[in-house]
Design a protein around this ligand. Structure first.
Ligand SMILES: *Cc1c(COP(=O)(O)O)cnc(C)c1O
Length: 238
């Protein structure tokens, strides 16, 4: 199957209100270009240096000056160290993987200095494995309801990754924690005064990858992040 075929298949399958992030990490820029030609515009990367290299490479391609690729939207979806912000924040429309207070504060500070507001999702640790990053539910509520205000960050919603398993019940249970927390927080939007970090812009749930995106769509994902199905297996030795 080609990248193009997979993109077209997904576009047909996904409801129009679900945003597809094509996860291009560990794949060359040519793969991004191929997906772009099939109409894909949103790409996900998880390593700062790799994202940065792809952006630089694409901006120096001859087609770029003619306007091609200028409408690509990059989402950062991996663990982000605070000393790597400059490789990421100028180029992305969203950081989906904010997994610590320290990172949230650093993004806020960087964005203030750059005179912009950065869209982020808070990563909610829903999986059984403790290798996956993220906040617990209490920390997320604290940030959104009683934490300090982050004026240069717009918290758009939550991101999560289910346990890596073929057991659909476990995946569903993980995803329901995410959906449940989102709806609990949605109810808090009517609190008066409205909590500063919880605005009407808090409207996005990002969950679902190659092996579980169908369940995610069924359960109400706004964003799905799909890599392997589109681009094939990743070679982690690269
Ligand atoms: C790599 C990655 C994906 C894509 O996973 P696939 O199984 O290849 O679809 C999605 N989300 C995050 C956070 C990732 O790191």
């Amino acid at each position: 199957m080609s990248v193009k075929t997979e993109i077209l298949k997904l576009k047909e399958e996904l409801p129009s209100n679900v945003k597809l992030v094509a996860v291009s990490k560990f794949h060359p820029l040519d793969a991004v270009k191929e997906a772009y030609e099939a109409g894909q515009r949103v790409f996900g990367e998880s390593r700062p240096q790799e994202l940065y290299s792809k952006v630089v490479e694409i901006q120096s391609s001859p087609d770029y000056s003619k306007g091609t690729y200028a409408d690509i939207e990059w989402h950062f979806i991996g663990h982000l160290q605070t000393n790597k912000l400059k490789f990421v924040l100028p180029y992305v429309t969203m950081v989906e993987s904010v997994d610590s207070l320290k990172l949230l504060e650093a993004i806020d500070n960087w964005s203030a200095a750059a005179g912009k507001v950065t869209d982020v999702l808070l990563e909610y640790h829903i999986a059984a494995e403790d290798t996956k990053q993220g906040f617990d539910a209490g920390q997320i509520k604290e940030i959104l309801l009683s934490g300090r205000h982050y004026p240069n960050v717009r918290i758009r919603g939550l991101m999560g990754m289910a346990t890596f398993t073929d057991d659909e019940d476990i995946i569903r249970a993980d995803f329901s924690r995410l959906v449940g927390l989102k709806s609990e927080l949605d109810k808090c939007k009517t609190i008066s005064p409205v909590p500063a970090n919880l605005t009407s812009d808090f409207d996005t749930l990002s969950f679902g990858m190659t092996h579980d995106y169908r369940i995610a769509v069924e359960m109400g994902a706004d964003i799905v992040r799909i890599g392997t199905m589109i681009f094939g297996e990743r070679d982690y030795s690269k």
